[in-house]
Ligand binder design. Structure first.
Ligand code: PLP
Length: 371
């Protein structure tokens, strides 16, 4: 009897090897890409409503919610902006620990909000006690967090942080789950998250251009009292169109819906628990490989991301050189981000990356490092 190796180890028969390890957008399977050529239908047609209805039930389990999930055409930044516009009248606390959490702050300020920053050193996670103290000093309508800080490879303890917010205040908890959703467990309801959002191009591994967002009952009640929520940025409008029309608020990127529908079937086929376990296994393998070669993580050991590993180059400037060398050998890695551009490189081991793909990359990295 032949025993099938677990899917985390093997590539499914006939599947092309993945050489693309950017921490998003991620590699999209050929059968999913093929969906992009399906005939375009009108977004108020029965055909589109049926497509939307096929997608909808797959989404709440990703967020760990019993509530509905809405879909926006755009990039994640659009929905970060929509969340602040819809849910914050004036005061917001932005927890920052890397480029994408800082984006929440840039957005909040650009919208004219009274935005304060609770800054954590890059590579670290936030201590919930610091959050409690900040909330005791001042009242905020909302706190923004990033679940998985893609720029530093840190996963934040959202359950503890959201609990701290709820204990210390009545602020809404707004979470960017862009590079965790679909690769890491997320429990919006159990953790007390009020708004959670994620683009589909990272651990879900669909083509970029669609964003998923879910809102708590409490958030919806607050949003209803916020004036000037805009049109495209009004999350209540997404909810209403979802409930009454089973569709999107404006013309969506229809081909991307076909691709998302197929990719969600693939995700369901693997099962979320198996998918989360595979991402953890990829992180562990990367950590063992790095340790054996004396390479250090830029992220704190207790908070290393299951979807992206951020490693320090052996010397300043060596990380970008490594990324370039790998690219010449047909492998795409993520370079360092923002302030860490020259000193780090990132391995995006998310989406459809299997252990066999990662092993190919690590072997190539070994050959390059040996040179
Ligand atoms: N938040 C996180 C954690 C991200 O990783 C990214 C993109 O990499 C974004 C937000 C912004 O996403 P987009 O470029 O799709 O707007």
């Amino acid at each position: 009897m032949t025993v099938e190796p677990p899917r985390a180890v093997s590539r499914p028969p006939g599947r092309e090897p993945i050489r693309f390890f950017l921490p998003g957008p991620c590699y999209v399977l050929a059968e999913v890409r093929a969906q992009l050529t399906a005939p375009v239908v009108g977004h108020r047609s029965a055909a589109f409503r049926q497509l939307y209805a096929e997608i909808a039930p797959h989404l709440p389990p990703l967020f760990g919610t019993a509530r509905e999930v809405y879909i926006a055409t755009g990039s994640s930044t659009l929905v970060m902006e929509a969340a602040v516009t819809s849910a914050v009248r004036s005061s917001v606390l932005n927890v920052t620990c890397g480029s994408f959490s800082e984006r929440w702050h840039t957005i909040s300020r650009s919208l004219g909000k009274e935005a304060d920053r609770l800054a954590v050193p890059w590579g670290q996670a936030l201590d919930p006690e610091l959050l409690r103290r900040a909330l005791a000093r001042k009242r905020y309508e909302a706190v923004t967090l990033v679940h998985n800080e893609t720029s530093t490879g840190v996963i934040q303890p959202i359950a503890e942080l959201a609990a701290a917010v709820r204990e210390a205040s009545d602020a809404l908890v707004l979470v960017d789950a862009v590079s965790s959703l679909g690769g890491v467990e997320f429990q919006a309801d159990a953790w007390g998250v009020d708004i959670a959002l994620a683009g589909v191009q990272k651990a879900i591994a669909a083509p970029p251009g669609l964003v998923l967002v879910t809102t708590s009952e409490r958030a919806e009640a607050r949003m209803a009292k916020v004036p000037h929520r805009g049109f495209y940025t009004d999350l209540l409008r997404y909810r209403d169109q979802h409930r009454t029309g089973g569709s999107t608020i404006t013309t969506p990127a229809v081909p991307l819906f076909y691709a998302l529908a197929r990719q969600l079937e693939i995700v369901a086929c693997e099962g979320l628990a198996a998918r989360f376990a595979r991402h953890l296994a990829l992180r562990e393998r990367t950590a063992v490989w790095a340790e054996e070669r004396g390479l250090e993580f830029a992220s704190a050991a207790a908070f290393r991301s299951p979807t992206v590993s951020c490693l320090l180059g052996a010397s300043r400037g060596s990380a970008p050189k490594l990324v370039r060398s790998l690219s010449e050998r047909g492998f795409t890695l993520g370079g360092g981000y923002g302030d860490w551009k020259e000193t780090t490189f990132r391995i995006g081991h998310m989406g459809e990356v299997m252990m066999a793909d990662l092993e190919d990359l690590l072997a190539e990295l070994d050959r390059t490092l040996a040179n």
